[in-house]
Write a protein that binds this ligand. Structure first.
Ligand code: S3P
Length: 173
């Protein structure tokens, strides 16, 4: 069996609270929090939306994979990933070597209200963003499930409650 690191890696769809829960986990544990979207954004000096618009999704996905590769050797840390990280099996394989993968989930109504509360994400700039969310969820849900060591439904929980559920869930793995 391949050795696994001691990081906590958050995966899941847009709006499941990965970034906020990552910060709560970092606060509670004192561990550093690394975020693949931020790594990609820093690399280009552009926001994620600008990268999609100016360079295209493929370029973003390549940089995202490169960011995951750069995380190799990260010890104990909280790692927050973008919602599409599970699209490439190589990303999942590398992330699993870093530590435990925790899938954050939420019911679709909760996702709608969280996702559409702020500026539209680049992938949801479509004629029917709600239908796009439903379709992306249908395609990705099996990928999040297959990759996850632990799954947490965040629909009715605060960020700190999710962080507590993750820490106690991981202890039992
Ligand atoms: C994406 C999710 C975003 C970001 C990019 C693509 C996706 O991250 O990586 O817009 O494919 O689901 P969040 O999940 O943090 O919104």
């Amino acid at each position: 069996m391949t050795a696994r690191g001691s990081a906590i890696v958050l995966i899941g769809f847009m709006g499941t609270g990965k970034s906020s829960v990552g910060k709560a986990l970092a606060r509670q544990t004192g561990l550093p929090c690394l975020d693949t979207d931020e790594m990609v954004s820093t690399r280009f000096g552009l926001s994620v939306t600008e990268i999609f618009t100016r360079l295209g999704e493929e370029e973003f996905r390549n940089a995202e994979t490169e960011a995951v590769r750069q995380l190799a050797g990260t010890g104990s840390a909280i790692i927050v990933t973008g919602g599409g990280i599970v699209l490439r099996p190589d990303n999942v394989r590398m992330l699993r070597s870093l530590g435990r993968l925790v899938s954050l989930e939420a019911d679709v109504e909760t996702l709608f209200s969280r996702i559409f509360r702020r500026a539209t994400r680049p992938l949801l700039r479509t004629a029917n963003p709600h239908a796009t969310v439903v379709e992306l969820l249908r395609l990705r849900d099996p990928l999040y499930r297959a990759a996850a060591d632990l799954r947490v439904d965040t629909s009715t929980l605060t960020h700190d409650e999710v962080a507590n559920a993750i820490l106690s869930g991981i202890e039992k793995l």
